[in-house]
Design a protein around this ligand. Sequence first.
Ligand code: SF4
Length: 310
Amino acid sequence: MRRPLPWRDTSDPYRIWVSEVMLQQTRVVAAVPYYERFTKRFPDVKSLAEAPEQELLACWSGLGYYSRARNLHRSAQIIVEMGGFPENFKKIRSLPGIGDYTAAAIASIAFGLPHAALDGNVLRVLSRLSNDAGDIRARETRERISALASRLLDRKNPGDFNQAMMELGATLCSPKRPQCLLCPVSPECEALAVGRQNQLPVKLRSAQTVRLEYTLLLVRRNGCFLLRQRNADSGNLVGFWEAPCTADLPAARMGREVGRFKHSIMHHEYRVTVRFASVVKCPPGFRWIGAGTLEQLPLTTATKKALKLL
Ligand code: SF4
């Protein structure tokens, strides 16, 4: 049940790193085209380190969680200064944006080092294999499962072991209705033995989703759109370009509704209405951007979704 993914069959730490960072908050199907485009444009650490940030963000635009791209960029520059990709867990882990899981994945797959990689899929598999009913978000549960992963790890082939575990979680041992009849480790599975596989892992409720609504405005003139580049005062997403919302253009004349979409960030779900609007003159902080150049700019995901409605 090994899926043919473009970052498989490589031991290049750079490519493994890029794929793992992309997959941190993005589903595999969505990540594949981004990965292909990204590694074509930045085929190695050096090309990434030397890239202008705007170009990097444009390549990442749509994947969300842009701190990942900025950390990749900073880490690439550090790796170049180091003289090459670090080859031990501690040094890999010290790079910006790399946590225990990503460091273990790179160390084991690229360098054959014995570190168990624990992502959400692997945590689910192991909680079922050991019939562990602890809250999977609790530190003690994670520590217990992490110790189990280290005990089970195949020290001769840690990269293959980690990938097999990730694959099992991503395919057969799915959150709902795991396919235990096809599972190669079903004889060892303690949750299956007591018929509890559908109840594990236990996940206690987290913070409730906050729902918010706002209206985004598409203001067009002579083949251009009115956009603004976010700066340090905007908080996050510095450097990204965005369409205005109603509060930005109190004097704008509203046009017809273009459509609606939902947009989620962490525990916030935004319900966005998109309308055409017009302004008499370009407001301060905004610029007219030619429609043909939008693809080369890093756009906020909400702005991208709004433009897609056209
Ligand atoms: S037997 Fe079922 S629950 Fe157990 S690891 Fe395999 S797929 Fe998951």
